[in-house]
Ligand binder design. Structure first.
Ligand SMILES: C[S@@+](CC[C@H](N)C(=O)[O-])C[C@H]1O[C@@H](n2cnc3c(N)ncnc32)[C@H](O)[C@@H]1O
Length: 205
């Protein structure tokens, strides 16, 4: 299993063309970040293998623009629903779900069985203010990739995707632009690798 962490802008990423099986990420959702969605589409088109998947958490307020940006580069497959445990207030709406968009690079691939509603156990803010939970990502990783595949998270934040990949035997490349966030991501991943290594060492030969 390999893990590559890059303290860098994913728009400058040097990633082998058509080398990635699954891109799994959670970009910022605000209006001022819409350019990142176009860049994410372009990167996915270039880096995904034919038949590779892009799965991304998405915001509701600019969902039309997010989908249009990705749709210029990839084919649309599905919108999964992440059921929010606590929900949150936006304007006068009590928001109880978050869209998770699934696109692919043709030809249309197959995936393993998965329900299109994921029951969230609550966000994990220990490593990032917008941190997600590994328990939500594991079923996605397991249905849309297989052991030994290469997963890319171009906007890794506190490293939820990286940790979920380590737990499920996927190779992973991650990019994070922010200095403090990258330091936290690196420390989390190093801790997880040490924990996995000591678990392996404890298994009798
Ligand atoms: C919503 S957060 C990701 C949170 C992550 N899913 C977690 O569970 O911790 C988005 C991250 O993308 C990073 N980011 C924004 N623009 C970027 C860029 N151009 N290249 C790399 N990372 C970027 C931000 O610094 C932020 O940490």
């Amino acid at each position: 299993m390999t893990v590559e962490l890059h303290h860098d802008d994913f728009k400058e990423a040097v990633i082998g063309e058509e080398s990635v099986d699954l891109i799994l990420t959670d970009p910022p959702y605000g209006k001022k970040y819409m350019y990142l969605w176009e860049a994410l589409g372009a990167l996915s088109q270039r880096a995904l293998k034919p038949g590779g998947w892009l799965i991304t958490y998405a915001g509701q307020s600019h969902l039309d623009e997010e989908m249009a940006s990705l749709g210029r580069w990839l084919s649309y497959y599905w919108t999964m629903s992440l059921h929010l445990k606590q929900g949150q207030q936006v304007y006068t709406l009590r928001v109880m779900w978050k869209p998770i968009l699934v696109f692919f690079k043709p030809p249309k691939p197959r995936h393993g069985f998965i329900r299109d509603t994921i029951m969230g156990r609550g966000e994990d803010k220990r490593f990032h203010q917008w941190g997600q939970s590994t328990s939500e990502l594991r079923p996605l990783i397991e249905a849309f990739s297989k052991e030994g595949d290469l997963v890319l998270d171009p906007m890794a934040g506190g490293g939820t995707t990286v940790q979920a990949c380590l737990e499920s035997g996927r190779n992973v490349i991650a990019y994070e632009i922010n200095d403090r966030t990258f330091d936290r991501l690196k420390a989390r991943v190093e801790g997880k690798i040490m924990a996995l290594q000591s678990k392996l060492a404890a298994v009798p030969a």
